[in-house]
Design a binder for this molecule. Structure first.
Ligand code: GDP
Ligand code: MG
Length: 317
């Protein structure tokens, strides 16, 4: 892959966070894992790009308070102490109130031949319910990558510094929100009760996040969230579940070669109604009218031949 940029963003974290991160990297290296690739997915505006920047410790991904204008995923790679972290930031999957299938298709093609170790599914902690749009997004991801992708999932809840509404306790609030989203994911992925829990992590990307005495960013429940988040990533990458290789088969679907064949009877039927029958009619008309000009059926025959050529090339593939 050539030389990867040094993960120098670690240096800007407080010393205690740097120590914790180096400890985690040492831990994965011990398990013979020397790289991981993290795919970041979710609706627009939930804090995907901000979270990428927070982990890398650099402004690598453009953050926008408004709808992002790009459909293109972003691949960021950083190395430190013999370990390479790859993160793929993606555009939001919703547009005009619907799942943007084109965006998912672009993401899939962008990922060709890459192996995904962790999927960060990002949403806001302060979303107040799981609605049909959330389910649509989860369903679309399942459809695109297969239900197995959720075995690599780490749910990330941003805006985690916000106080819970109506004086509820912070921990109850977090539990409710995470359980709601995880239940939807498990349902859409067809998880059984015996399937393992999907982990989650809390994130506060705001520069105004509270800090502890060591200058590390902390949440209302005291969690030092940067090392906690990276720890969860490491947990997923070292779980027994295999990573996901995005290959041709996954991109085009298991029945890609057969899918075209389904159309053949339909094409033949259309051919009959659009070409053969009109030709017959035209011939009948010609006979009736006994015209001298180029008979209409000749142009129909041209059309018929070109349609046949199209079909032949379609069948040939
Ligand atoms: P994306 O569309 O999912 O990539 O979301 P962005 O990272 O571009 O963030 C959208 C907006 O939310 C920006 O204005 C960010 O500054 C803001 N934002 C993202 N994460 C957080 C967070 O954890 N806390 C707060 N307060 N704002 C956030
Ligand atoms: Mg973004």
């Amino acid at each position: 892959m050539g030389s990867t940029k040094e993960w120098s963003g670690i240096n800007q974290f407080p010393v205690a966070t740097q120590t914790a991160l180096h400890g985690l990297l040492g831990k994965v290296r011990q398990q013979n894992v020397d790289s991981m690739t993290v795919l970041v997915l979710g609706k627009g505006g939930v804090g995907k790009s901000s979270t990428v920047n927070s982990i890398i410790g650099e402004r690598v991904a453009a953050v926008s308070a408004f709808q992002s204008e790009t459909l293109r995923p972003l691949f960021v790679s950083r190395s430190r102490a013999g370990f390479t972290l790859n993160i793929i930031d993606t555009p939001g999957l919703i547009e005009g109130g619907w799942v943007n299938d084109q965006a998912l298709e672009i993401i899939k093609r962008f990922l060709m031949d890459k192996t995904i170790d962790v999927v960060l599914y990002v949403d806001r902690l302060d979303g107040y319910r799981v609605d049909s749009l959330d389910k649509q997004v989860i369903r679309a991801i399942t459809r695109s990558f297969g239900p197995q992708i959720w075995k690599l999932c780490l749910l990330v809840l941003t805006h985690a510094q916000l106080p819970p509404p109506d004086g509820a306790s912070y921990d109850d609030y977090v539990q409710q929100r995470s359980e709601g989203l995880l239940a939807a994911i498990r349902h859409e992925a067809g998880f059984k009760k015996t399937d393992p829990d999907i982990p989650y992590a809390l994130v506060e990307n705001s520069g105004r996040c509270s800090t502890n005495a060591g200058g590390e960013k902390i949440l209302p429940n005291g969690t030092v969230w940067v090392p906690n988040l990276v720890g969860r990533l490491v947990q997923v990458v070292t779980n027994e579940h295999p990573s996901l290789l995005v290959d041709k088969k996954l991109i085009e679907g298991p029945n890609a070669n057969n899918r075209g064949k389904l159309w053949i009877p339909l094409v033949l039927l259309a051919q009959y109604f659009l070409v053969v029958r009109p030709i017959r009619k035209a011939i009948e008309n010609d006979i009736q009218e006994e015209t001298r000009r180029k008979p209409a059926w000749e142009t129909f025959v041209d059309d018929y031949n070109s349609l046949n050529e199209i079909n032949a090339s379609r069948r040939g593939r």
